[in-house]
Ligand binder design. Sequence first.
Ligand code: GDP
Length: 442
Amino acid sequence: MIFEGLSEKLQGTFKKLKGKGKLSEKDVKSAMREVKLALLEADVSYKVVKDFIKKVTERAVGHEVLESLTPGQQVIKIVNEELTNLMGNTQSKIMFSSKPPTIILLVGLQGAGKTTTGGKLGAQLKKLGKRPLLVACDVYRPAAIKQLHVVGEKLDIPVFSMGDKVSPVNIAKAGIEHGKKYGNDVVIIDTAGRLHIDERLMDELKDIKSEVRPHEIMLVVDAMTGQDAVNVADTFNSELGIDGIILTKLDGDTRGGAALSVRAVTGKPIKYIGMGEKLTDLEPFYPDRLASRILGMGDVLSLIEKAQASFDENKLKKLEKKIKTQDFNLEDFLDQLQQMKNMGPLNQILEMMPGVSNKHLKNLNVDEKELVHIEAIIQSMTPEERKNPSIIKGSRRKRIAKGSGTSVQAVNKLLKQFEQTKKMMKQLSGMGKGLKKGGKFK
Ligand code: GDP
């Protein structure tokens, strides 16, 4: 999992801070030394780390923080905000041209994942109601043209190619004309890569750029190469100028240095992340959500999106109503858990839940058995108890534990989890408006 080591170390550091009622400047500074080491070990570039620590420390040693009632929490809040800023603050979207087609030029080194990502991006845009066209300009690797056709066929996205005897500039221009003629409103141009950056590659890309004037030059880089990816991005940006970055293979990157440094070094945002080899494994990049995940604060919004894709529409509507009226009870919780099973592997889902750390995940060995226990516990409650869990005190807890074949601790744990979920729901209902605007939470 991405940020595994970093996440674990940061959470360890902050646990110590949270345990203290009062913080001194010395406490903050020693915590920051640990944060610094953790970031460096995650392969974040040195300068980025230095600036980051400076900013956080400046904010964290202020009176407001140190004298607050929850100084540890305040420091975590600051780290969360600064991590989010580091990665670009808000989500950066593709800028669609008001005069279609929008032309997207995909550039990057060989093997970074350009061709695959071209297909994935096409699929994402298609879902948004666009009509993409893929254009095969990699004339040096004959297999690349074929590969793009295969990807296009799988996704039912048209691919324009002219073999490998025509210059990439001419293919790109002809591809755009083709797109205009056939009503494609986005043209994604797959260009050739090299093993290393060389002058010829740059010259060719500059030619394409000046001839086709793309709306977006998107650099595809492999996250697993860490700081090399950041250097590649820096060079492409200064030589060619890029508008955004797609970071691929984040699923295989346990450190996360590229994700954390590339924006700060190049000034250009990560727009998408590749999370696997499947053509559906491309996600928009949300700095705030990733920061929360690193700090073990969960990623509730991604969770909701996943839920929306797999939950029963009617049940979701009912649930939304309950959340709004704060009427969410254990029966709904049970129902929700059962639907959660449809959402995919539990580990991936739990990773997005607030309070679940990597360590938990490892120890938990999340199995569906846990769900069976939870189901049994809730089913051992009376309808009244399910509706109003606050009445479940000592003797009731014992009875439920016995009835479900679990322990009082298990019952306690579930009730606590339920309270946390309820709290999360409450926060979410506050965000409801925003979601509605996006037309997602009908
Ligand atoms: P190109 O040379 O830049 O066009 O790279 P390709 O599209 O051919 O991809 C190179 C390899 O990386 C292929 O085996 C892809 O399946 C793989 N790949 C691309 N994106 C991802 C990703 O996000 N995660 C993983 N695990 N593999 C990826």
